[in-house]
Design a protein around this ligand. Structure first.
Ligand code: SF4
Length: 233
C-alpha cells in the first residue's frame, strides 16, 4: 500500500537581521498610537518603595500581577524591611508566599537578596544595573523592572509579552531577553525605554495575545509585518 505523503507545515525562517532604519521608521509610526492607546502604561505591581518593588518582581515570576498584589498586600505588612525578610524563617516565608508558585526558590532569593542588601548596600536597594544583578535571584529582567519602575531610570524589561510582540512587530528576531533588550535599546529613544515596554505588555494582553492575536481590531496592524499572518505569530 502506497504510503501517504506526510504533510509538514514549515514555518518560514525569519530573517535573522532587521533593517535598523526600517525598524526605526516603524517605531516612529507605532509609538504615537501605542502612547495614545496606553497613556498611563506602567507596572501593574503595587509597591511603595524600591525594596517592595524588588520583592514583588522576584515573586512575579510565572505568576499573575493580580495574585502578586494580593500576596504583597499581606506580606508587606508583615515584613516591613530587608532586615525583617533576612531574619525570617525560610519555611515561614515559603508558607507566606506559597500561592505565587515556585515558592521555595523565591523564598531563598528574597531572604538572600535581603541579606545582601543589608550587608553590602547598607539596607538600601542599589540603583544601578551592575549592582542589582549581584543580588541573589536578580537577573537583568528583574533589575530593569526595578530601575524603570522604582527608580525612574530608562530600562527595558523583556518579559514574555515584550519578546512576543517585538518579534511580531519585526523589531528584533531575538527571543533571548538579554539580546532583545540590547536590540531594543539600539532602536528606541532612551526616553521611552521604560514606557514602551509597559505599553507592549498591555498591548500583548489586550490585542496581541499569544495564541490568537486580534489583528482585526489592533490599532497598529497597519504597520505590523505579522498582521493576519499566522506564520509570523
Ligand atoms: S497586528 Fe496582530 S500580530 Fe501585529 S501587533 Fe497587532 S495583534 Fe499583534
Amino acid at each position: 500500500m502506497a504510503k501517504k505523503a506526510l504533510k509538514i507545515r514549515v514555518r518560514p525562517e525569519r530573517s535573522r537581521r532587521v533593517d535598523k532604519a526600517e525598524v526605526e521608521k516603524r517605531v516612529k509610526k507605532i509609538w504615537p498610537i501605542l502612547e495614545k492607546t496606553y497613556p498611563h502604561a506602567k507596572s501593574a505591581l503595587n509597591f511603595r518603595n524600591p525594596f517592595q518593588m524588588l520583592i514583588a518582581t522576584i515573586l512575579s515570576a510565572q505568576c499573575t500581577d493580580a495574585r502578586i498584589n494580593m500576596v504583597t498586600k499581606v506580606v508587606f505588612e508583615k515584613y516591613k524591611s530587608a532586615a525583617d525578610w533576612a531574619k525570617a524563617d525560610l519555611k515561614q516565608i515559603e508558607s507566606d508566599i506559597k500561592s505565587t508558585g515556585f515558592y521555595h526558590n523565591k523564598a531563598v532569593s528574597i531572604k538572600n537578596a535581603s541579606k545582601a542588601i543589608i550587608e553590602r548596600f547598607d539596607g538600601r536597594v542599589p540603583d544601578t544595573m551592575e549592582e542589582l544583578v549581584t543580588l541573589p535571584g536578580v537577573g537583568r529582567k528583574t533589575a530593569n523592572v526595578v530601575l524603570g519602575s522604582a527608580f525612574g531610570k530608562p530600562a527595558i524589561a523583556c518579559d514574555t509579552h515584550v519578546i512576543r510582540l517585538s518579534r511580531r512587530l519585526g523589531l528584533s528576531p531575538n527571543s533571548d531577553p538579554v539580546k532583545l533588550e540590547f536590540d531594543l535599546a539600539e532602536i528606541l529613544p532612551e526616553r521611552i525605554w521604560t514606557v514602551f515596554s509597559h505599553a507592549l505588555i498591555l498591548h500583548g494582553r489586550r490585542y496581541c495575545r499569544a495564541r490568537k492575536p486580534d489583528c482585526r481590531n489592533c490599532p497598529i496592524s497597519k504597520y505590523c509585518p505579522a498582521a493576519n499572518n499566522s506564520d509570523l505569530w
